[in-house]
Design a protein around this ligand. Structure first.
Ligand code: B1M
Length: 222
């Protein structure tokens, strides 16, 4: 991995957001994820490489450290902020899809779940793939999904869940959508979600990554 990607990965892993951030104390005054991501793009690195070789693996390390109780929620939050600050520079590259929209896509993280990094990435890529994205945010109740579908009955729907506990809420929301909108197309994803779970709860498609979701939506349009 190139030196700049290593530096970026280090910033996300240790929660160094930007130069002015005093955290972590041993990196005070140094560039953070914000400046380094911008520099990587200025130097011509591919946005996909930045995401897949530096940012996503760094978050995986953070998750592993959290599981092993090496770090706790505050450090995880700093890492998430560092990642978001890097992602704001990548966003325009992923969103520069065609101006003519292929259709609408409603997305949200299910009720009780506040994780939005993966959901935001999926939203960005789908928007970049030429779809109009209606992002309902995090902790989205079934009622909020239904309201958005009522207002946009032709839209495809995406649900993200990162906690085993909130997968139950995903099931509930998918069930209610299915009852009211038999022909709707529902995509699900998020770290604990599997293809088996997708089938079990009656969703149409599971993708482990944003590109799979984009490909699925695009082939629906063919
Ligand atoms: Co949380 N957290 N967290 N967390 N967190 C996990 C998920 C966890 C696995 C960490 C661990 O224990 N190793 C664990 C869940 C355990 C479990 O349920 N089995 C956990 C826990 C326990 C918690 C809390 C309960 C901790 C606590 O308070 N004690 C708490 C819950 C809060 C809540 O939601 N109610 C909590 C809080 C937080 C923070 C707020 C501190 C922060 C989130 C900040 C934010 O999102 N703005 C956070 C973080 C950062 C993580 C980890 C470290 C990283 C998640 C992430 O952003 N990954 C995570 C550990 C891990 O995942 N390794 C962890 C990077 C992101 C790009 O990946 O979201 O998987 P991901 O998205 C991927 C794919 O899954 C896919 O595409 C994305 C890109 O490849 N995808 C889709 C996602 N959605 C999709 C939808 C699709 C298709 C693909 O179609 C619709």
């Amino acid at each position: 991995m190139s030196e700049i990607l290593q530096q970026l990965s280090h910033c996300v892993e240790f929660g160094k957001i930007d130069k002015i951030s005093p955290y972590p104390p041993d990196m005070k005054g140094q560039d953070g994820a914000d400046e380094i991501a911008k520099r990587a793009l200025d130097e011509g690195l591919n946005p996909n490489d930045i995401l897949e070789k530096a940012l996503i693996p760094a978050m995986a390390i953070v998750g592993d450290k959290f599981s092993r109780k090496v770090i706790y929620v505050p450090q995880m939050l700093m890492a998430a902020k560092a990642m978001s600050n890097a992602m704001k520079h990548l966003k325009p590259f992923f969103q520069s899809g065609e101006a003519i929209r292929k259709g609408k896509f409603i997305i949200g993280t299910v009720s009780g779940d506040l994780h939005d990094i993966g959901k935001n990435l999926v939203a960005m890529m789908i928007e970049g793939g030429g779809w109009e994205v209606i992002d309902l945010g995090v902790d989205v109740s079934t009622e909020k999904f239904i309201k958005a579908i009522n207002e946009n009955p032709e839209a495809k729907i995406g649900l993200s869940a990162l906690l085993t506990t909130t997968m139950e809420n995903m099931k509930k929301t998918v069930g209610t959508i299915r009852e009211k909108y038999l022909d709707s197309r529902i995509l699900v994803g998020g770290a604990p979600v599997t293809i088996d779970y997708c089938q079990k709860i009656g969703a149409d498609f599971y993708s482990p990554d944003p590109q799979g979701a984009v490909n699925y939506l695009n082939q629906l349009k063919l």
